[in-house]
Design a protein around this ligand. Structure first.
Ligand code: SAM
Length: 246
């Protein structure tokens, strides 16, 4: 396999104020609570569960082709065992039956971009893109996601890496498709969430919503010069010291 072509370099203005997080779990508390969230490619639902518990979305849309039961094994386990003898969709739905029953979760079965297309334009706050990682698929998923997310929304892309493993036969197109989307649609990177084998996530927002580094530095300078900062400084130092000794 040859590596995919180099991804286009991102202009610095699309990275201003971006911060690095230790892992994707650290993204979730930074997202708005009670939002409308779509996960595109839900797998066995581990991340869906985490999103539900941390973000408490008022609506969660789970999108997947739900065909993993057709494989003999998955992540080292027979799929018969993994899905309790049923199908991928049955297993996912039964894990979230209460939420689906109460209308707080919709499950859309089929191709990722086709399913996303069924949703109203500008109806979601957060879209997590984690389905087929080949270039054409990610490019298409991002193009549709860009229309389905609200003007102040978030798109998170998983597995921001060029290949799945050494010796893989198909390269990932995630980095290329993500950079192209950012440049074409003027979306910036707010967070890069690391992963221990560099299967990172990137958190994207329309560039005009990114924190402007210069104005943040200005705010901090004003705060440092303010009386309240000086008054509370010894108190904050004491709290820091106490925390470090716990
Ligand atoms: C890596 S798993 C998702 C893992 C999940 N997001 C998590 O973090 O736990 C990828 C999922 O994408 C689904 N998928 C792959 N290609 C797809 C496509 N073209 N349309 C819809 N779903 C797809 C697979 O069925 C699989 O469940």
């Amino acid at each position: 396999m040859t590596l995919p072509p180099e991804a286009p370099t991102l202009p610095a203005r699309l990275l201003h104020g971006a911060s690095v997080l230790p892992n994707r779990e650290a993204i979730l508390p930074l997202l708005p609570k009670g939002c409308e969230f779509a996960e595109v490619g839900v797998g066995t639902g581990g991340f869906s569960r985490l999103v539900l518990s941390v973000c408490a979305p008022r609506l969660f849309v789970a999108i997947d082709e739900f065909r993993l039961h057709e494989l003999d094994t998955l992540w080292g386990q027979p799929t018969q065992t993994l899905f309790g003898g049923g199908t991928h969709a049955q297993s996912y739905r039964s894990g979230f039956a209460d939420r689906i029953g109460s209308g707080r979760m919709r499950v859309l079965e089929g191709d990722s971009a086709d399913c996303l297309e069924q949703l109203e334009d500008r109806s979601l706050d957060v879209i997590y893109v984690d389905a087929d990682h080949r270039y054409e698929f990610v490019r298409r998923d991002l193009a549709v996601a860009g229309r389905k997310v609200r003007d102040d929304g978030w798109i998170i892309v998983n597995d921001y890496i060029m290949v799945a493993e050494l010796g893989a036969t198909i390269p990932y197109g995630v980095v290329n498709a993500t950079h192209e989307f950012m440049i074409e649609h003027d979306w910036g990177m707010q967070y890069l969430a690391l992963q221990t084998r560099m299967f990172c996530d990137v958190v994207l927002r329309p560039s005009h919503l990114l924190p402007d580094l210069a104005s943040l530095q200005h705010e901090v300078a004003l705060l440092r010069a303010s009386t309240s900062w000086r008054v509370t400084r010894p108190l904050r130092a004491a709290v820091g010291l106490l925390r470090s000794r716990r």
